[in-house]
Design a protein around this ligand. Structure first.
Ligand SMILES: NC(=O)c1ccc[n+]([C@@H]2O[C@H](COP(=O)([O-])OP(=O)(O)OC[C@H]3O[C@@H](n4cnc5c(N)ncnc54)[C@H](OP(=O)(O)O)[C@@H]3O)[C@@H](O)[C@H]2O)c1
Length: 429
């Protein structure tokens, strides 16, 4: 069979990793696909940069959009990045030129995945993005193929290695967020501007994609509730430990009676839960199917090698002639997502208050919760010193988010409560 000819836009961490993998595994891939995969064209900004791979047999394009249109390739691999701009143009042009598209770009798919998939499907080409979620973990394939016989009830995971590294570091060292972030930046685990990672946006992009694959809905990034880890303190880490929990930034999508809930936020998870021991930059995803039960996937969520492995898995499908609908169902059949608003979320909570010990204050706090129908599960008060604030930690039974917010606002207004209350949702996994 003729070789599969591909063109690669973007030769950074993932692009160079993909070139190296295709070179090193050429024979194995040819055996598995029944035909070789050959890179015929590449594009990046700087032609003179050493990518660690010999590019002499490939046609160089300064303009990746021109490459998407003109290269003698059946597949265009987009590894530039960014939700709009050049990455989107590359994909659109490639599809219009009747070429399959493989991308690792979660921001692009989170914002434009439905439209791009519909366009590709209408023209008769494939859009695939295994590498966009959880790097080396083949979670899109697991959902779309391995679990295809299941109705997924819930999917959740640690989808951002940087924030998991920081939370693991805070727990291990007792140091505050800012210090561990600095360390992560020094080691290259966090970017100079870490906001996409630590504010939960990157995980939200990935969750929006997984939700679509899991539930057959249009990608709806706008309805993901997103909260990052900047406010998690060493004190909360200590209390979590004492209560038998770990704090993790989880991305969770589940069916509820009000619709599909999508949320990314720090969670207290039982220290016996499989996901609680996933530390450092590692990612993990758990998918609950109605027939399969709960299945767990764990591995490296980023890096040139793992991400290239996922990119090339999509290329192998194309080389073998396998055409799987982008989101598991034909793009035309994706349903609008009925989003369950965060205010309707139900669950238990951890609340930490800094309270000046005055007669009646605990009764006032308890009354604020009682009036919102929230029942307390436990209360910890460490030390007492007159006129000095001490932490008071409460955990509650399941309550509704809107009610919890009202109770916490009322508690925050008490004179004896001197800092903004800290609230972390407890996740029963
Ligand atoms: N890094 C990871 O571990 C990882 C994991 C999963 C998914 N991803 C996704 O993979 C994609 C690529 O990430 P990356 O880490 O490989 O990024 P990167 O290292 O910054 O590489 C980006 C590449 O795009 C090229 N580029 C940028 N603007 C361009 C333009 N206008 N025209 C032509 N080329 C242009 C750059 O060229 P120069 O090299 O010449 O500057 C560079 O080669 C992103 O969507 C990212 O979200 C990354």
């Amino acid at each position: 069979m003729a070789e599969l000819r591909i063109a690669i836009a973007g030769l950074g961490t993932v692009g160079a990793g993909t070139l190296a993998l295709l070179r090193d595994q050429a024979a194995l891939l040819a055996d598995r696909c029944g035909r070789p995969i050959r890179v015929v064209a590449v594009s990046a900004r700087d032609r003179t940069k050493d990518r660690g791979v010999d590019l002499s047999a490939m046609r160089w394009f300064d303009d990746p959009v021109a490459m998407a249109r003109e290269a003698d390739a059946e597949v265009v691999v987009e590894l530039v990045g960014g939700s709009d701009g050049i990455a989107k143009q590359i994909c659109e042009c490639a599809i219009e030129a009747r070429r399959h598209v493989v991308t690792a770009n979660k921001a692009l798919i989170a914002h434009h995945g439905t439209a791009l998939a519909r366009k590709a499907e209408a023209i008769g080409v494939t859009l695939s993005f295994e590498a966009a979620v959880a790097g080396g973990i083949p979670i899109v394939k697991a959902l779309r193929e391995g679990l295809a016989a299941n109705r997924i009830q819930r999917i959740y995971g640690i989808l951002n290695g940087t924030s998991n590294y920081i939370l693991s570091g805070m727990r291990g060292t007792g140091r505050p967020f800012a210090k561990v972030l600095q360390q992560a930046q020094k080691l290259g685990y966090a970017e100079a501007d870490p906001s996409f990672d630590v504010d939960g946006i990157d995980a939200a992009h990935k969750l929006a994609i997984l939700t679509s694959v899991a539930f057959g809905t249009e990608v709806d990034f706008a309805s993901v509730y997103t909260e990052g880890i900047r406010h998690v303190s060493p004190l909360d880490m200590e209390y979590a430990e004492e209560l038998g929990y770990r704090i993790k930034l989880l991305a969770i999508a589940r069916r509820t009676e009000n619709g599909i809930e999508q949320r990314v936020h720090p969670c207290m998870v039982r220290d016996t839960a499989a996901i609680s021991v996933v530390d450092g930059v590692t990612n993990a995803v758990v998918a609950d199917g109605d027939f399969s039960g709960s299945t767990v996937y764990e591995g490296p969520g980023a890096g040139g090698g793992p991400t290239a492995s996922a990119v090339v898995a999509d290329l192998v499908d194309l080389a073998r002639g396998r055409r799987i609908p982008t989101f598991g169902v034909p793009a035309a059949a994706l349903k609008p997502l009925v989003a369950s608003p965060m205010a309707r979320h139900r669950g238990p909570y951890y609340i930490r208050l800094m309270v000046v010990d005055r007669p009646g204050v605990i009764a006032d706090i308890a009354a604020a919760l009682r009036d919102e129908n929230i029942s307390m599960e436990s209360m910890l008060q460490r030390g007492r010193s007159p006129n000095e604030a001490v932490p008071v930690v409460l955990t509650t039974h399941a309550g509704e988010e809107a009610a919890m917010n009202r109770a916490v606002q009322r508690i925050a207004r008490l004179d004896a409560v001197i800092e903004r209350p800290r609230l972390i949702r407890i996740e029963d996994l």
